[in-house]
Design a protein. Sequence first.
Lengths: 196, 196
Amino acid sequence: MGGPELENLIGLFARLPGLGPRSARRIVLKLLRERENGLLPLAEALRSAAASVRTCTNCGNLDSSDPCAICAEPLRESRICVVENIADLWALERAHVYRGKYHVLGGTLSALSGRGPEDLAIAPLLKRLEQGGIEEIILALPATVEGAATAHYLTERLRRFAIPLSRLAQGVPIGGAIEILDEGTLATALRARGAA
Amino acid sequence: MGGPELENLIGLFARLPGLGPRSARRIVLKLLRERENGLLPLAEALRSAAASVRTCTNCGNLDSSDPCAICAEPLRESRICVVENIADLWALERAHVYRGKYHVLGGTLSALSGRGPEDLAIAPLLKRLEQGGIEEIILALPATVEGAATAHYLTERLRRFAIPLSRLAQGVPIGGAIEILDEGTLATALRARGAA
């Protein structure tokens, strides 16, 4: 249709999460229309990210420096927030309410998918805790069966450090209409109700 | 959050049609997870497309060769299908029902947007027709007010060539439920009804 280069480019875009052949074609046509402001900067940004972005050996975040900017920031509080993945870490950072450090597990325990403790970054977390100086561990794991299993497992493993361990509150999300919430959320919110 | 390279890359993806900050972050995280199979091939495909893909000087299609593969194909019928843009040309090619050539106008006439005939590739179309040998012109323009105005204008301009001029049929789209169709489509389909 538009030669092998175009077909290849469209195919690569179509494989990205949330995209398909139709949206990939739209994107590629727009990029080619704006070659100087669209296509070339994107190619350069990808090349530059490939060259410079690495995984932080301390916490598992992605950054152009290792340790990452968060681990290197001297004013961060001596707390570690344990998250499943980097997207969750970024979401917490965007909320601007947490000023501590992070630890990316890289997944949750899952018997179904065959993911055991050795598949998650638990050993590096224990190592960080052994170095001391951590005042609190916050488990910010997904409110799913697998997230709960992982939180339970970590609670057992981290007990010996005698560091205060907390987890995110569960309940009605802000802006959420009651009528569309599932029974699990409603039950949790009702059980954990507080003074009005 | 992830350093300037990542912020820049996410920002560029977020500006693409159909994407936003959230989907851009998902895409970038996936690309970085699959650096060898995702990020680097995409950077290379963009670079290669920027270097090789050009606009066909004959019909306005995008391809790695000029004239494009369609214009260069010797077995294509001596018809020209006039389309608004390259996405429309590709859609017709995917349908595998048309074996002629194309002409990309690059837009439709629009008093509102201030697009006049001189903003569309009409002069190159007239030039192609002056060279002779074209047996039919098919107007495959959008079924909108602007598409109809453009079709009307072209009909007047092309009259002097005395080449059969046709346009796409309008009616109920295949697979379309009647109840969701707008009044305009229903009226058109009823007026243009044929033997059952």
